[in-house]
Design a protein around this ligand. Structure first.
Ligand SMILES: CC(C)(COP(=O)(O)OP(=O)(O)OC[C@H]1O[C@@H](n2cnc3c(N)ncnc32)[C@H](O)[C@@H]1OP(=O)(O)O)[C@@H](O)C(=O)NCCC(=O)NCCS
Length: 209
């Protein structure tokens, strides 16, 4: 099944989700890549990574773009030539892109026990109190996604998930929260939205006005 979902958020952002069920060959034959992208695909070790990358090109096409409209800066952050903002994530069977009038970060994560096990390394674990096992896993994965998404917005080396990004307390049912970045003597707030697709969490972060 190809295109899985298109979701408009706050009138300035569209999220496109692809569920990867195609073979590598099917995906590869259906996209046109520039030389630098072709070289990237050829150098990827895992076929799942190659398919995630190619599925992003399918999503670009859904959004009216192609591989030639996309370029990366020195840190690996993607940009669109027309000046719109883009953020990209892939995880196992899904790829997502978000295209927006504002700077944003998106992160897709499969729910896996390892993320919960590592929670003390990247979040305030008091936020996991009074939850059952599945809720703990979901919330820890969302918090990880929040931090990845903010990292993608800022695109600045040196940001530590544990020491610089602080999620406010929230409930899973809220589907949103506010998170603070305290980095290099500056405080910045981010509006977060999140939801679940099958056994994946999808987080979208925006700079707060
Ligand atoms: C760059 C990073 C955010 C990517 O996240 P990920 O979960 O590994 O992978 P995702 O699939 O969600 O995202 C990958 C996409 O992020 C985008 N990306 C890469 N570097 C980026 C950057 N500096 N800024 C914004 N977006 C970036 C790219 O589009 C990439 O996909 P593509 O190259 O195929 O187009 C992540 O690897 C990273 O470096 N995180 C910060 C490091 C850190 O502090 N880690 C843990 C501390 S406890």
């Amino acid at each position: 099944m190809p295109l899985f979902q298109i979701n408009t958020i706050e009138s300035h952002t569209v999220v496109y989700v692809w569920k990867i069920t195609e073979s590598f060959n099917e995906l590869f034959r259906s996209v046109v890549l520039k030389d630098v992208s072709l070289a990237r695909v050829e150098n990827m070790k895992a076929e799942s990574h190659q398919k995630g990358f190619l599925a992003v090109r399918k999503l670009l096409s859904e959004a009216g773009y192609d591989d030639f409209d996309l370029y990366y800066d020195e840190f690996g952050k993607p940009h669109l030539k027309d000046g719109k903002n883009i953020s990209i994530s892939h995880s196992n069977d899904f790829s997502v892109i978000a295209i927006s009038d504002v700077n944003l970060g998106i992160d897709l994560e499969i729910l896996k026990d390892k993320t919960l096990k590592l929670a003390p390394r990247y979040m305030d674990v008091s936020h996991l109190e009074n939850l059952n096992g599945q809720e703990k896993l979901q919330k820890a994965t969302v918090v990880w996604g929040i931090k990845e998404s903010i990292f993608k917005i800022k695109n600045e080396p040196g940001i530590s998930f544990k020491d610089h990004i602080f999620e406010n307390e929230f409930h899973l049912s809220d589907k949103k929260c506010v998170t603070e970045l305290r980095f290099e003597n500056k405080k910045e707030l981010f509006d977060i939205q999140f939801y679940f697709i099958e056994n994946y969490s999808l987080v979208i972060a925006f700079e707060k006005n």
